[in-house]
Design a protein around this ligand. Structure first.
Ligand code: AMP
Length: 366
């Protein structure tokens, strides 16, 4: 039975993703209750109930469970213990196993490989000696990453054969925490796929977006990506394999490196709605946010067809000042997150520029 109108969806995390999920829930007639420590978080402005407490505060979790008919989350660093605690009292989607797979870059890669999905080669690093050995195995190049709590390129070091200075001491510079060294992938482009699985096991996927990062932060997503239909099919199949293996319910984001020959290496899974899927709110009938709410509420999944080609650009820091200028354009859909403090590199909003279907790169640049 789908969730009845008027039911309450609990959301762990009140950033812009939680805000956009709450807005999508409201459009489908649902209420939301958000658990997030920051009183001034973006989701607090649009939700009926905001519980301002730590994610592992047992009383706050009890309160969220009591208020909610189903609970979901907007970020992957929710403590797994909190997710399990909630899931004993109320349906929680995506399942805690998805959090476990995504929270640790080492387990994530082991999980992906076990599902038949290729990744960059990797070794676990717990000392400078492990790093020296690992780099030697990868021809002197690699990307060193913290296993946990890394996002937007934070907690990463790149080594190349000509840049070996500073290898010694890297372990302590990275905080002496468990690390993973990945081979440096000579990718030709980066893409991501947003896919979803319903409670009944039905699965859908949107067209891949081609992503450009600046300083490790997503800057721009273009749809369609410049990849062949075979690469698109392979990306969708990989996403479906992940969803099925995790008995997943909800929206997932999967990031891939595309090699010169079109082959894919999975980089990361995000068990939630994803920044590279924001374009769906402007170029599709059903956005990734509505799709997630539909999936976890037992409603039918929506159509993923695009009615337009598009380019989504993040507004970072002071660039949200461009809003009035963007609003003058008839081909732009703007979305601001209600954040006041425009710190450099802080995600303040995004806009999606629409193009006729099939306009191609030339049309988009023109
Ligand atoms: P991540 O936090 O893993 O998503 O990494 C942030 C960005 O760093 C990616 O989007 C890539 O542009 C780059 N990057 C990460 N890992 C690798 C790798 N193994 N080889 C080449 N580039 C990488």
């Amino acid at each position: 039975m789908p969730l009845a109108p008027g039911a309450t969806i609990g959301i762990l995390g009140g950033g812009q993703l939680g805000r956009m999920l709450a807005m999508a829930a409201a459009r489908l007639g649902y209420r939301t209750a958000v658990l997030e420590p920051d009183r001034h978080c973006p989701a607090a402005q649009v939700t009926g109930t905001h519980i301002a407490a730590a994610y592992d505060d047992p009383r706050a979790l009890e309160q969220l469970a009591a208020a909610s008919d189903v609970v979901t989350y907007e970020f992957e660093n929710v403590p797994v213990g909190a997710a399990r605690f909630l899931s004993e009292q109320v349906p929680l989607y995506p399942p805690p196993e998805a959090l476990e797979a995504a929270q640790d870059r080492l387990s994530e890669k082991i999980f992906l490989n076990s599902t038949g999905i290729s990744t960059a080669p990797f070794v676990s690093v717990d000392s400078d000696e492990d790093l020296v050995r690992g780099l030697a195995g990868f021809g002197g190049s690699g990307v060193l990453k913290t296993r946990r709590m890394g996002y937007d390129g934070k907690g990463q070091m790149v080594f190349r054969p000509e840049r070996q200075k500073g290898v010694k001491g890297s372990f302590s510079r990275m905080g002496a925490v468990p690390l993973v060294l990945e081979g440096l992938v000579p990718f030709s482009r980066e893409i991501s796929v947003i896919a979803a699985r319903g409670i009944d096991g039905a699965m859908i996927a949107y067209d891949p977006a081609e992503n450009v990062h600046r300083d490790g932060i997503l800057f721009r997503s273009t749809v369609p990506a410049s990849v062949s239909p075979a690469t698109t099919r392979a990306a969708h199949q990989a996403a479906f394999a992940i969803l099925a293996a995790l008995d997943y319910v909800g929206v997932i984001g999967v990031e891939f490196f595309v090699l010169e020959d079109g082959a894919l290496l999975a980089n990361e899974i995000a068990p939630r709605v994803h920044n590279s899927g924001h374009w769906t709110e402007a170029a599709c009938t059903v956005s990734q946010f509505e799709q997630h709410i539909r999936a976890i509420s037992g409603l039918p999944l929506g159509d993923t067809q695009r009615h337009s080609d598009c380019v989504m650009t993040n507004l970072l820091g002071a660039s949200q000042d461009k809003a009035p200028e963007l609003l003058r354009r008839s081909d732009v859909v703007l979305h601001l997150y209600g954040k006041v403090d425009a710190r450099p590199d802080r995600k303040m909003g995004h806009f999606t520029k629409l193009f006729p279907l099939g306009a191609g790169a030339e049309g988009r640049n023109g």
